[in-house]
Write a protein of this length. Structure first.
Length: 202
């Protein structure tokens, strides 16, 4: 009797297995609209570090010379958006043609809709940044200038949750500055047109 019951369950389990998609991401919404540019920071001219009075006192930067508590050069944010599985990269202009630069680095903070920071990353010329016991991830090469789309943020952002990207340009000594900085949300390769192609036609 038990054997017969077990056998009767097997076809039902087989049907359930067939009904389950092999790729759980297949049903997830995918961004397919035109490239969407969101400005993070505005061009801020070079100025002496000593003239910048605002500090990020919650951070400590590893420095050979200069100030380990960084001075704030500029602050901005994207506003709330949903990646929807699309790609998010950094550019120096809304059209996606230009690169960008910073002295010394940009701190990115990924904030969920509850206002909680879920991830931090440092991009630019720095040898290590810590916030208390948290060692902040360094993204990209340690340098002052980046090409258009060189820095891809997609892997550090939730695939399908509303988030805000906050950006703070920080300086550790000498002079500090930052160029215009944008994030551009675009469809995955093979989807919508790439940022420069899409916006060149307008």
């Amino acid at each position: 009797m038990m054997r017969r019951a077990a056998l009767s369950v097997l076809p039902a389990l087989a049907l359930l297995a067939l009904g389950c998609p092999k790729n759980p991401d297949a049903a997830r919404a995918r961004y397919s609209g035109p490239p969407k540019a969101m400005k993070l920071l505005s061009d801020t001219p070079e100025a002496e570090t000593a003239t910048r009075l605002e500090k990020r006192t919650d951070l400590l930067v590893t420095v050979e010379s200069g100030e380990p508590v960084p001075a704030v050069v500029a602050v901005g944010e994207s506003g709330l958006f949903n990646r929807e599985g699309g790609t998010v990269k950094l550019y120096g202009d809304a059209a996606g043609h230009e690169g960008w630069s910073v002295d010394n680095f940009v701190l990115l903070e990924i904030v969920n809709k509850k206002g909680e920071v879920v991830h931090r990353a440092a991009i630019g010329f720095q040898q290590g940044v810590a916030r208390g016991s948290e060692q902040i991830d360094a993204v990209g090469q340690m340098k002052f200038a980046f090409g258009p789309g060189e820095i891809d943020l997609s892997s550090m952002l939730p695939a399908d949750e509303p988030i805000t990207v906050k950006a703070t340009a920080l300086d550790t000594g000498g002079v500090g500055r930052v160029s215009d900085l944008y994030i551009i949300l675009s469809a995955e390769p093979g989807g919508a047109t790439a940022p420069d192609e899409e916006l060149r036609d307008k």
